[in-house]
Design a protein around this ligand. Structure first.
Ligand code: NDP
Length: 429
């Protein structure tokens, strides 16, 4: 693949961009035609995916460029409605590429299923019994979903947690059985839910107590992905600020988000701009991923920055992001949704672990772009420039009116809908 065809991508027309992806060896002639025609769900697909289906809701689908991850170049598809996210990710990825790219590590892909028992009559002896019967419980779980075992995965271990009653909050005591399952290339929600409901009657019989429910946990603490980058300070210079100053301000911005939840939520929202849009483009369950990641941000007991930014001994900026990332390369609508299939083609990922590496790197790039802008020129300069196009469309501009109105809005004192409508009305007179 030759990514040099992708230079000045943002200056090209939509068809030229798709053409460049073909020339770069990322798309076949057939894929190119599909992208040009549009990645539409058929009526049959949409009607069978959800209940009470009325139509399909579309989002723009674009590609962030310049990603060098574990030595491999990627153009990364993103599905997102917000302007400036793709531009910001591409620009941060370009800096990181000059510094050698992102390095990633992913843990084993293990998901956790839960069975909860409220007010266990004798928690200690029940815990003992569950541990004693670990082998039999795992076997029953695997019998409930034999195909994942045949593929080389399945239930591998169990834990039992005990949560004491809390009289102040009027909360009861719980005994919670955790079953850990290798889900291989699948995210595993349905696999886990089948297993948990499958073993529930057996667990009730063992402990002689009723269970409340059996369900997957979206807090995927055993399916973690980490991206790191190391950037020489000189690559961070911006305007009058030296690279060292920008580096130190980026570290200050991270520290602000580490200590203050009000800042951490917005800091992490910026990370999620990248993560959610690739998760969505890949056909994965972004609600599941988001819920788990935000819980992980609170693992210390306080909601904090998901990323860390520090100074290396030699003065380089070191960035790191670790998140639970239970995405699948199979399952759900991944194998038939036209956009999810296109994402697989463009990313050329071989397995779910590689998809995790890409997504976590995009999250770190997105974070770098946001905090670098915030501590230098501010985000509005870049953001509102791109926002002007959405405003022009909201005001009713069509065709070449959009370019004209967007340029006018960038120079206007108040870039808002009222100004856009007024300018458009004058233009049309
Ligand atoms: P699926 O139910 O689609 O199951 C994936 C299936 O893919 C496996 O059961 C397996 O079936 C097949 N498969 C083929 N190749 C492989 C492979 N190499 N590794 C693993 N499986 C393979 O998806 P998931 O169980 O992953 O569940 C994800 C879906 O569940 C998403 O659509 C999500 O939105 C939804 N969901 C999420 C919930 C949550 O997050 N709380 C709750 C409920 C649903 P086989 O071996 O039989 O061929």
């Amino acid at each position: 693949m030759d990514h040099s065809y992708l230079s000045k991508f943002y200056t090209k027309s939509r068809v030229e961009r798709i053409d460049a992806l073909e020339k770069a060896g990322i798309l076949s002639a057939n894929d190119k035609e599909m992208l040009i025609t549009g990645l539409h769900l058929t009526d049959d697909m949409a009607d069978n995916m959800i209940e009470n289906q009325l139509s399909a809701y579309e989002l723009p689908y674009g590609a962030a460029l310049n990603f060098l991850i574990d030595g491999k170049d990627y153009a990364v598809p993103m599905a997102i409605e917000e302007p400036s996210v793709i531009a910001a990710a591409s620009s941060a990825a370009k800096i990181v590429k000059q510094a050698g790219g992102f390095q990633t590590a992913v843990t084993d892909r293990v998901m956790i299923g839960q069975i909860a028992i409220k007010n266990p009559p004798n928690a200690a002896s029940m815990m003992e019994k569950l541990h004693q019967y670990e082998h039999a419980i795992l076997q029953k779980a695997n019998e409930a979903h034999p195909s994942i075992v045949k593929r080389g995965g399945g239930a591998i271990r169990l834990d039992v947690r005990h949560i004491e009653a809390d009289p102040v909050e009027k909360m009861p005591e719980f005994l919670i059985l955790h079953v850990h399952v290798h889900t291989l290339e699948a995210m595993g929600a349905n696999i886990l839910n089948t297993m948990m409901e499958g073993i529930l009657p057996y667990v009730e019989e063992l402990i002689q107590a009723p269970a409340l429910m059996g369900i997957l946990s979206n807090y995927a603490t055993e399916c973690l992905a980490t991206a790191t980058c190391r950037i020489p300070a000189k690559l961070l210079r911006k305007g009058d600020l030296s690279g060292e100053e920008v580096r130190d301000r980026i570290i200050d911005a991270y520290q602000f988000a580490y200590v203050d939840p009000y800042r951490a939520v917005t800091h992490n929202k910026g990370i999620m701009n990248g993560i959610d849009s690739v998760v969505m483009a890949s056909g994965n369950d972004w609600r599941a991923v988001s819920a788990g990641i935000h819980a992980y941000a609170s693992k210390s007991g306080q909601y904090r920055s998901l990323s860390t930014w520090e100074k290396a001994d030699n003065g380089d900026l070191l960035g790191s992001l670790t998140i639970p990332l239970p995405v699948g390369a199979v399952g759900g609508s991944i194998s038939f949704h036209p956009a999810a299939k296109m994402t697989k083609t463009i990313l050329h990922y071989e397995n779910a672990a590689e998809l995790e590496s890409i997504i976590v790197s995009v999250g770190l790039a997105q974070n770098l772009a946001a905090i670098k802008a915030l501590v230098t020129e501010g985000i509005q300069k870049g953001h509102m420039g791109l926002q002007s196009r959405s405003l022009a469309i909201s005001a009713g501009a069509v065709g070449e009116e959009i370019d004209w109105l967007s340029d006018q809005l960038k120079q206007a004192d108040n870039m808002n809908l009222a100004t856009a409508e007024k300018l458009l009305e004058e233009y049309r007179q």
